[in-house]
Design a protein. Structure first.
Length: 261
């Protein structure tokens, strides 16, 4: 039988953080009354990430490590989201910037009929802890660009804590154009705006999406490079917009139309 929840954790050179965060995830999941699976997807790490992840998962038959070639976070998350078999599929950053204890807030929306629920660091009830001012400013400028370009009206597209129904997860991530099997290996960590394309595709498909304010903590060991990743994220958003106006998403039709065809 399919587990109730699959948790996907992308990891690139996370040997310092995984020994602290993975046990917390496993402890949380093992305390739940429902079934689960954990997929740690390695992005071609060059440190001891794989060995440490396998050691942490060894005690649990529901937990496993998937080894990917190095292609960046978008491709890594895509791998886990399309291979997960849970009724619901959640991806979470390896640093647990949003703790697993925030899961019930997202689950409540799923039970109301939403097929995708995304955590948000904005809005009433959201909390940002220890975030530098410049990082926050960059995020708000980026979100304004996303809105101006017409890619949804979300307050926060980039928070690394999102849950999808299994159908939506396999469907939307399987349609990604920016980070698919043709993606070339980046240099170093590649924090990208794959979330923007995922949400754009989900809107085109007609999935019901809810945004939920959460508590988020800034990590001192963040892999976000203010200059490099700001440019990379802007480039991704522009690519999504170009793909949209040039007809490259023409085949992505609403589910209800597809089902009647």
């Amino acid at each position: 039988m399919a587990p109730y929840l699959s948790v996907v954790i992308p990891a690139y050179n996370e040997a310092r953080r995984l020994p602290q965060t993975l046990p917390l995830v496993l402890q949380f999941l093992n305390a739940q009354p429902w079934s689960w699976e954990l997929l740690v997807v390695d992005d071609g790490s060059t440190d001891q990430t794989v060995a440490l992840a396998e050691a942490a998962c060894r005690e649990f038959a529901q937990a496993r490590v998937i080894q990917n070639p190095h292609r960046g976070k978008g491709y890594t998350v895509r791998t886990g989201m399309t291979q997960a078999i849970g009724d619901y599929v959640l991806f979470s950053d390896a640093d647990l910037a949003v703790p697993m204890e925030e899961w019930p807030k997202l689950e409540a929306k799923l039970q109301q009929g939403y097929e995708i629920v995304i955590a948000s660091r904005e809005g009433a009830g959201a909390s940002r802890i220890d975030e530098p001012f410049m990082r926050h400013l960059m995020g708000r400028v980026f979100n304004t660009i996303v809105r101006v370009l017409g890619i949804g009206k979300f307050q926060d597209t980039q928070c690394g804590f999102k849950v999808f129904s299994r159908e939506a997860s396999h469907d939307v991530f399987g349609r990604m154009r920016l980070y698919d099997d043709t993606t070339e290996a980046p240099k170093g960590a590649a924090v990208t705006a794959f979330d923007v394309e995922v949400l754009y595709l989900a809107l085109r498909r007609g999935y019901r999406i809810a945004e939920v304010p959460v508590t988020w903590r800034y990590g001192e060991e963040t892999k976000v490079d203010n200059i490099r990743d700001s440019w990379r994220n802007l480039r991704d958003v522009l690519k999504v917009r170009w793909n949209a106006i040039s007809g490259q998403y023409r085949d992505v039709k609403p589910k209800n139309i597809e089902h009647r065809a």
